[in-house]
Design a protein around this ligand. Structure first.
Ligand SMILES: [Zn+2]
Length: 309
């Protein structure tokens, strides 16, 4: 009998859940509204319903456990979301144990960036590598650190907050209280803000700016300049990560990946300038694209059951 596990990813808008077997095959995936605005009970009911329906499909197989990936800082020992701007109703309640009691199964609660890093390591571009960093670049910037095959969480679950590494002294103010955070200079949101400042348009997405860069006529050059500035900011952060960890693998994921060819050369140039460790290790240090897209968190959440043994 092939055992399986259930991964859940809780977002501000969408709740997704998947049954994944131990070989890394996704058996079934469902998505529904997260119902965050309806309050705590509605969200929890939604999670329980999604998991129950998945279990219904595979009632003859052994379900090993459930991993729930959530934004925010997770206090692992207590199984509590300590801080999550986008999920205020779920903060500081014993969410892990509430779910475990209702479902009669083991539940592990994990930060979504950490889960995505674990997912890439298990079933994506990090397969076979015990030490890696994943940087996920979307509306914000998050990620996770895997060392010795295990998630590095820090003492209160705040490790891997790459979005708040300072990359520009006295740069753009950030909601975290700092200035010049990576997230303010290299996220999809930051790319859109640069386009606005350069009068390319008020509501352009990172995808729009990628498409502009692809054109052969104006304003392609301006669009490419935005990706260059974004790549340079990313390179600053990458250099610090390589200097800190000396890991063999750094994965870049998230919604900006289609523009890789426009930002990655600038990212690598700055990272090499600023990281002796990167220059010294040459091909032994790889910086490459993550491969699971927005499924990384689901894979990682499901794998928690096996990883935490
Ligand atoms: Zn910040």
């Amino acid at each position: 009998m092939i055992e399986y596990s259930i991964g859940v990813e809780l977002g501000a808008n969408t709740l997704r859940a998947a049954a994944i077997d131990k070989s890394g095959t996704m058996l079934h995936k469902i998505a529904c509204a997260a119902r965050v605005e309806e309050g705590r009970d509605a969200v929890i009911d939604g999670i329980v319903e999604a998991i129950t329906s998945l279990r219904g499909y595979y009632s003859t197989r052994e379900m090993r456990g459930i991993g729930v990936a959530s934004p925010g800082f997770i206090r692992m020992r207590e199984g509590v979301i300590a801080g999550a701007n986008r999920l205020p109703h779920l903060e500081n309640i014993p969410l892990r144990d509430m779910l475990s009691d209702r479902l009669g199964a083991k539940v592990i609660l994990e930060n979504d960036g950490n889960a995505a890093a674990l997912g890439e390591r298990w079933a994506g571009a990090g397969r076979g590598t015990d030490d890696l960093v994943l940087l996920t670049i979307g509306a914000g910037i998050g990620g996770g650190i895997i060392a010795g095959g295990k998630i590095v969480r820090g003492s209160v679950g705040m490790a891997g907050e790459f979005g708040h590494i300072s990359v520009v002294p006295n740069g753009n103010p950030c909601g975290c209280g700092n200035q010049g955070c990576l997230e303010k200079h290299a996220s999809a949101t930051a790319v859109g803000a640069m386009a606005r400042m350069m009068h390319l348009g008020d509501n352009l997405t990172a995808k729009d700016i990628f498409e502009l860069a692809n054109q052969t006529t104006d304003p392609a050059e301006k669009a490419r300049a935005i990706w260059r500035v974004m790549g340079e900011a990313l390179g600053m952060a990458l250099a610090q990560l390589v200097n800190t960890f000396n890991f063999p693998l750094y994965l870049i994921g998230g919604g900006v990946l289609p523009a890789w060819k426009y930002f990655a050369p600038h990212m690598m140039k700055v990272a090499k300038q600023r990281s002796f460790a990167l220059r010294a290790t040459g091909h032994e240090t790889r910086v490459t694209q993550a491969s699971l897209g927005d499924l990384a968190g689901l894979y990682g959440a499901a794998y928690l059951t096996w990883a935490e043994k």
